[in-house]
Design a protein around this ligand. Structure first.
Ligand code: GDG
Length: 730
C-alpha cells in the first residue's frame, strides 16, 4: 500500500538531553498539528533533522528507535553541515533574498552551496530508504529546494508536492543568486508547487519561464514531458485550539491578571521571532511617534512586545537585538512614569496558554513585518477573539493581508500611517470592531490548517491523475501499431497535416521554418501512394505555402481555409468575404507596433496578425491582452474572430475556419481512413469537425479535443515514416 512521507528541515519534536537519556516532546506548532492527521497514520512518516547534533552511533540508534515510535525518521547532521547548509546557505542566502534584503545580508560562499547540495542529498538518501514507487512525498520549505528533483531522478513514479513557507521573490531578485538554475530545476522535480499567495505564484512562474527553457500556460509549467502545477494555498492555523484556549481555567486566570495589570491602559500586543524581516524597529518608531505627537495617549496605552530569541549568535541578529534593546530603553526612559511603562518588552518565549491570554486580552494586535510569507500570529489573534472584538493592524507585506482584508492594512515603512492606524484602532467603535472581526474569524475558521492540508493533498492527487491521463492518451507503441494496422488495411485515406509546430518546430524568424530535405522526401513518399490524399492545412500565407509545396501532389489549404489549391491548378479563395474591416483594425495594430519594440504586423487576405515573439518577454503578452480587450467589441460588430496563438494575435473573418475547410474535403470521396495532426487552437476546429471514426492527434501536451497526442514534430515525423514503411503501395 502506498504511503505519505512528510519532509522538512526540522522534525516536529523538541529534544533535550539528561545524563544519558534523550527526552522527546512533540511540537505543538500549527504545521505539526495540521500534518498530524497525515504522518501519524498507517505507514506514513515524517523525515527531518532532530534539531541537535548526535555523533555517537549508539546514540543515533537509540534516537532513531525513540523517534520511530512517533512515526518520525531522523536525518542526522554534523555541526559543519548545520553551519553551512542551514546557517550559511539557507539563512544567509535564501532567507534574505527571498525577503528582499539584497546585498546587505546575502553572502554567496561556494562552500555553503556545496553543503546545501550535500545535505539535500542526505535527505534524498533517507527518503529513498523508505519510499516506494507510488508513494506521496510532501517537502517543506526553502532549506530543501533541490530535493524534489533529486528524488524524481531516482523514483520517477512518486507524487511530489512542495510547499514554500516564505515569500517567493520577483525574478529580478531571484536571479541574483549565482545558483538560480539549479534551485529552480530542483523545485521543478515536483508535481505540485504551493505558495501562500498568488503573488508568490506569479513570481515563481515568472522566474521559471524567464530563467529556464520551460514554458507555462496559466499556472501549469511544462518541463520537457512533465507538467507541474503551481498554485497558492494560504496556510491556516489550528483554529479550534485558539478558540477554545481562552475558556481554559488556567488561561482565564491569566487573562484576569493581565486585565488587572493593564486596567488603566489599552493594550497593544506584538509577537515576533527576532528577525530583520519582521519590521520591529520601524514599529517602535511608529509607537514613539504616537507618544511624541499625541501626548494624550501617554499613560493610556501600553505596548506589550514579545520577541522570541532566534539566531542571536549571528552578528546581524545580535546587532538587531542590541538596536531593539536601545530603542525600547530610550522610549521607556523618555516617557515612563511611576505608574506606567510604555513598552513591556520580553526577549524570550512563553507557553501557549500565556500567548492565548495575551491574544484574548489585547485591544490591538500590531503585526507589521517588512515581508512575511504568511504570518500566523495575525491569524492566531483573530481566532482568539471569541467575543468578536479587538482590532488587528496588519502589514500589507504579510501574506495574511491578502486574506484578512478587514484588518487595518498598513505599509510598515510609513511611520505616519502606522501611527494613525494605532489611533484609529484605539478609538474604533465596538460595532465596527465586531463587523471586521466577524468577517476575519469566519475566514480563519474556514481556511484552517486541516483544510489547508486537505486541499493540498487532494490537489496533488488530481495533478497526478491529470499526468496519468495524459500518459494514457500519448500514442504508445501499442496505439501506434493499431493506427498503422488500420492505415495498412484501408484504401482511401485523407491525411491533414498542420505545418508550424506540427511538422516543424518553432523558429524565432518565421521564414526560417522552411521544410528541410527529410520532410520534403517524407511528404513525397506519402503522397506517392495513390491511396493517400495529403492535405497541408496551415494559417500561413498562401504565397508562402505555395512556394514551398506548390509543385507537389498535395492539397493545400492556406490562411486557415481562405485559400485552396490542388496540384496543377492555381490558388482560389473562398468567395463572398470582405476585407474592408482591415481599414479599421490596421491602425490599431500599428499603435501596438509603435509601442512594442520587436513586434510587427503580417497581413493576409482575410486576416491581420500581430507578431510579438521578438518583443521583451512579458511585455508582448501584456500588450496582446490589452489588444484583445481593445478589439473585443469591434470584432464582434464586424464578424471577426480573435485568435491568440503562440506569440501572435490574429484577427480574421469569422467565416474562415480550418474545420469548415477540412469538411469540404471529407465529403468529396468515400474515405475509409481519416487522420489529422495539429498543435494549436485553430487545429481544434479540425479535430471537432471530423467524423468520430477519424484519428485526431494533438502535438504538444495541452488540453485538446483530439483523441491522442504526440509530444513534438519529431514524433509526428516518426509516425508518418512508419506509415510509409512496409506498406503495399496502391
Ligand atoms: C514561517 C514564515 C509563515 C511565537 N512566539 C511564541 C510562539 N510563537 C509562535 C506563534 C506562531 C509562530 O510562532 C510564528 O509564526 P509566523 O508565521 O508568524 O512566523 P515564522 O516563524 O517566521 O514562519 C511565515 C510560517 O512560516 C508558516 O508558513 O507564516 O511567514 O516566515 O505560530 O504563535 N509560540 C510559543 N511561545 C512563544 O513565545 N509557544
Amino acid at each position: 500500500m502506498s504511503k505519505t512521507i512528510i519532509v522538512s528541515n526540522r522534525l516536529p519534536v523538541k529534544i533535550s538531553k539528561t545524563d544519558n537519556e534523550y527526552i522527546l516532546s512533540t511540537s505543538e506548532g500549527g504545521l505539526a498539528t495540521g500534518l498530524g492527521s497525515v504522518y501519524k497514520h498507517g505507514n506514513n512518516k515524517w523525515i527531518g533533522w532532530p534539531g541537535i547534533e548526535i555523533t555517537e552511533a549508539d546514540d543515533r540508534d537509540k534516537m532513531t528507535a525513540q523517534l520511530d515510535e512517533l512515526s518520525l525518521v531522523p536525518v542526522f547532521l554534523e555541526q559543519e553541515e548545520i553551519n553551512q547548509y542551514y546557517e550559511g546557505f539557507s539563512n544567509e542566502v535564501l532567507w534574505p533574498i527571498f525577503h528582499y534584503y539584497i546585498s546587505t545580508y546575502a553572502v554567496y560562499k561556494q562552500s555553503n552551496w556545496e553543503y546545501y547540495n550535500i545535505v539535500n542529498n542526505k535527505f534524498k538518501d533517507a527518503i529513498l530508504k523508505i519510499a516506494q514507487p507510488g508513494d506521496v512525498i510532501w517537502i517543506h520549505d526553502y532549506q530543501l529546494l533541490l530535493l524534489p528533483s533529486l528524488i524524481r531522478n531516482e523514483l520517477p513514479d512518486v507524487s511530489i508536492g512542495f510547499f514554500l513557507h516564505i515569500p517567493f521573490p520577483s525574478q529580478e531578485m531571484f536571479r541574483l543568486i549565482p545558483w538560480r538554475y539549479e534551485l529552480l530545476e530542483g523545485m521543478l522535480g515536483s508535481d505540485l508547487i504551493g505558495f501562500h499567495t498568488y503573488d508568490d505564484v506569479r513570481h515563481f512562474l515568472g522566474a521559471a519561464t524567464r530563467i529556464l527553457p520551460v514554458t507555462s500556460s496559466a499556472n501549469i509549467i511544462t518541463n520537457g514531458e512533465r507538467s507541474i502545477v503551481v498554485e497558492s494555498f494560504p496556510m491556516g492555523i489550528d483554529v479550534k485550539k485558539y478558540a477554545s484556549l481562552p475558556l481554559k481555567k488556567e488561561v482565564v486566570e491569566q487573562i484576569g491578571s493581565i486585565k488587572e495589570t493593564f486596567k488603566n491602559t489599552k493594550l497593544i500586543l506584538s509577537i515576533d521571532r527576532l528577525d530583520y524581516s519582521k519590521g520591529i524597529l520601524q514599529r517602535l518608531l511608529a509607537f514613539e511617534q504616537l507618544l511624541q505627537q499625541h501626548p494624550e495617549y501617554c499613560g493610556k496605552v501600553t505596548l506589550h512586545m514579545i520577541i522570541v530569541p532566534s539566531r542571536d549568535t549571528v552578528p546581524q541578529y545580535a546587532h538587531l537585538r542590541d538596536e531593539i534593546d536601545k530603542r525600547v530603553g530610550n522610549i521607556n526612559g523618555m516617557y515612563r512614569n511611576l505608574d506606567w511603562t510604555p513598552i513591556h518588552y520580553y526577549y524570550r518565549s512563553f507557553p501557549i496558554e500565556t500567548l492565548s491570554a495575551l491574544y484574548f486580552a489585547a485591544d490591538v494586535c500590531l503585526v507589521t513585518p517588512m515581508r512575511d510569507g504568511m504570518n500566523l500570529v495575525s491569524k492566531e489573534y483573530v481566532a482568539s477573539r471569541i467575543n468578536d472584538d479587538g482590532v488587528l493592524i496588519l502589514s500589507e507585506m504579510a501574506g495574511a493581508s491578502k486574506e484578512l482584508i478587514d484588518a487595518l492594512i498598513v505599509n510598515p515603512n510609513n511611520t505616519n500611517e502606522v501611527c494613525n492606524a494605532i489611533i484609529t484602532a484605539l478609538n474604533m467603535p465596538p460595532d465596527e470592531q465586531k463587523r471586521r472581526m466577524q468577517q476575519m474569524r469566519q475566514l480563519v475558521t474556514k481556511f484552517n490548517i486541516t483544510h489547508w492540508v486537505k486541499i493540498f493533498m487532494e490537489r496533488l492527487k488530481e495533478v497526478k491523475q491529470m499526468q496519468r491521463s495524459m500518459q494514457t492518451r500519448h500514442v504508445s507503441d501499442g496505439t501506434e501499431q493499431s493506427i498503422i494496422n488500420r492505415y495498412r488495411k484501408t484504401k482511401k485515406r485523407l491525411i491533414f497535416l498542420d505545418y508550424d509546430g506540427t511538422l516543424v518546430g518553432f523558429k524565432s524568424n518565421m521564414a526560417m521554418a522552411y521544410p528541410d530535405k527529410e520532410l520534403l522526401s517524407l511528404i513525397d513518399k506519402l503522397s506517392s501512394d495513390r491511396a493517400n490524399d495529403l492535405v497541408i492545412i496551415s494559417g500561413r500565407k498562401h504565397e508562402n505555402i505555395g512556394e514551398w509545396f506548390g509543385d507537389k501532389d498535395l492539397y493545400l489549404i492556406a490562411e486557415h481555409g481562405a485559400w485552396f489549391k490542388q496540384k496543377n491548378t492555381s490558388w482560389h479563395k473562398i468567395s463572398g468575404l470582405s476585407d474592408s474591416w482591415k481599414h479599421d483594425i490596421y491602425p490599431v495594430f500599428e499603435t501596438y507596433v509603435d509601442r512594442t519594440p520587436g513586434s510587427f504586423i503580417e497581413e493576409k487576405t482575410y486576416s491581420l496578425v500581430w507578431h510579438y515573439r521578438n518583443a521583451q518577454k512579458g511585455l508582448g503578452e501584456l500588450r496582446a491582452n490589452e489588444l484583445m480587450n481593445n478589439l473585443k467589441y469591434i470584432a464582434n460588430d464586424k464578424g471577426l474572430q480573435l485568435l491568440p496563438g503562440d506569440k501572435v494575435l490574429e484577427v480574421k473573418n469569422m467565416e474562415i475556419n480550418k474545420g469548415k475547410a477540412a469538411l469540404t474535403l471529407v465529403d468529396k470521396k468515400e474515405y475509409d481512413f481519416i487522420i489529422a495532426f495539429g498543435d494549436d487552437y485553430t487545429d481544434e476546429d479540425v479535430f471537432k469537425a471530423l467524423p468520430d471514426s477519424a484519428v485526431t492527434i494533438k502535438v504538444g501536451g495541452n488540453l485538446s479535443a483530439a483523441k491522442f497526442y504526440l509530444r513534438n514534430p519529431t514524433e509526428v515525423r516518426k509516425l508518418l515514416t512508419n506509415f510509409t514503411e512496409n506498406v503495399p503501395v496502391h
